[in-house]
Design a protein around this ligand. Structure first.
Ligand SMILES: *Cc1c(COP(=O)(O)O)cnc(C)c1O
Length: 391
């Protein structure tokens, strides 16, 4: 069955009593058992019977099940946000004295989690250029617990070679953990590329147009203790499971993801081509443009469609602010992959609380605009951009 069909027709865990065509929202905290023996099986993680909605809920399980079928994963756990997915996965893998090898080109809160929060618990973060595997190898030692990467960095638009990093991790018997938020997991095979654990902000492509906040940990089952720990330890002790209402909305988002992604990426390519020709634009980055420095490695790993994020440089920070303030249709907002197009100046907002030096180290440019391209007509989007760039 094609992924697009699976995304819609995956069966429920149990037949619905009323034949409901979309999975009902099970708004309940706990579930009744027929006898004491069934309770033991459920509480000890040996049966699928739900016991308590902090750790399992039929609506959330159905969402997880669809993602598991689409990715061919061993297990998928849904969380209350992308950051909850990332922090739970890293807390399951690390402990005091261990180190995580990664890059400075990370989502801002992820970088703060690694360099601030986890460091306070004795976990060391070691940063290098992940596009140079020899640097990665030099930083790894017996205390390395994982390599952490993002498949397309935001806003630097950098793409590292995933199989090489996977090989380095596996040589030391540790997992490659990848944040795959930037391209839907239906567009490529994380498993075939050698990723062991995918973490995803389902707030972005999956939520169906910015309906809700959510996250996923997609586990390919190469590390048995990890799979066990996610459900038996992290969900129980940290309590950041997805709520049933969010799972309901994100299941609908998953059903129409393929259609939205096709339109958004067609739009993004048209907008990127228009930007590339505009005299006010210093440079444009979009991985589906053949001129993009990461075009080949992106296409080989992540597919022919370049996603719905574009970045471009204007002459100065002032030119960026002037442009943003003149937009009429495109919204001034953070977030990515909403149905509506969004623009932001990352240096002064998402990265506004870092020092100038930290921003330099992270390659956050002061003259850079980030665009998330929506489902509007590209004719209207290009007209809005051209009007905002005009003198
Ligand atoms: C948005 C985002 C996150 C955080 O996800 P939330 O759902 O906002 O917690 C993590 N990584 C990347 C790449 C993101 O874009």
């Amino acid at each position: 069955m094609q992924k697009q069909t699976t995304a819609i027709h995956a069966r429920y865990q149990q037949p619905d009593a009323y034949g409901a065509l979309s999975m009902p929202v099970y708004h309940c905290a706990a579930y009744e058992f027929a006898n004491a023996e069934d309770m033991i099986e459920s509480f000890c993680g040996r049966s699928d019977m739900p016991d308590y909605s902090r750790v399992t809920n039929p609506t959330v399980t159905y969402f997880e099940r669809k993602v598991r079928m689409l990715t061919d994963a061993a297990d998928v756990v849904a969380f209350s946000s992308g950051m909850a997915a990332i922090s739970n996965a890293l807390l399951a893998l690390s402990s005091a004295g261990k180190n995580i090898v990664t890059s400075r080109h990370l989502f801002g809160n992820t970088f703060a989690l690694l360099s601030g929060t986890l460091r306070r618990f004795g976990v060391e973060v070691r940063c290098c250029d992940l596009t140079h595997p020899s640097e990665v190898e030099l930083l790894m030692d017996d205390d390395t617990c994982c390599i952490f990467m993002e498949i397309l960095t935001n806003p630097q638009m950098e793409v590292a070679d995933i199989p090489s990093l996977s090989a380095l991790a596996h040589r030391r018997g540790v997992p490659l953990v990848a944040d795959t938020t930037m391209i839907p997991f239906t567009e490529f095979s994380g498993k075939a590329l050698g990723i062991d654990v995918e973490v995803v902000s389902s707030t972005k492509y999956l939520s169906g147009g910015a309906t809700s906040i959510g996250g996923l940990v997609i586990d390919y089952g190469r590390y048995e203790t990890f799979t066990h720990r996610m459900r038996q330890e992290m969900l129980m002790n940290l309590g950041a499971y997805m709520t049933p209402h969010v799972a309901y909305m994100q299941t609908l988002g998953l059903e129409n993801l393929a259609a939205r992604y096709a339109v958004q990426t067609d739009n993004a390519l048209r907008v990127a081509e228009a930007l590339a020709e505009h005299p006010e634009i210093v440079s444009v980055r979009y991985p589906a443009l053949p001129s993009d420095p990461f075009h080949d490695v992106f296409t080989r790993q992540l597919g022919a469609r370049g996603g719905a994020m574009i970045t471009f440089q204007l002459a100065s920070r002032e030119a960026c602010f002037r442009f943003i303030n003149r937009l009429q249709l495109i919204k001034r907002a953070t977030n990515l992959f909403d149905n509506r197009s969004l623009a932001i100046h990352p240096a002064s907002t998402i990265f506004g609380n870092f020092t100038d030096e930290q921003r330099r180290e992270m390659d956050i440019l002061d003259n850079l605009i980030r665009f998330s391209v929506g489902l509007e007509s590209p004719i209207d989007l290009i007209a809005d951009i051209q009007a905002a760039l005009a003198h």
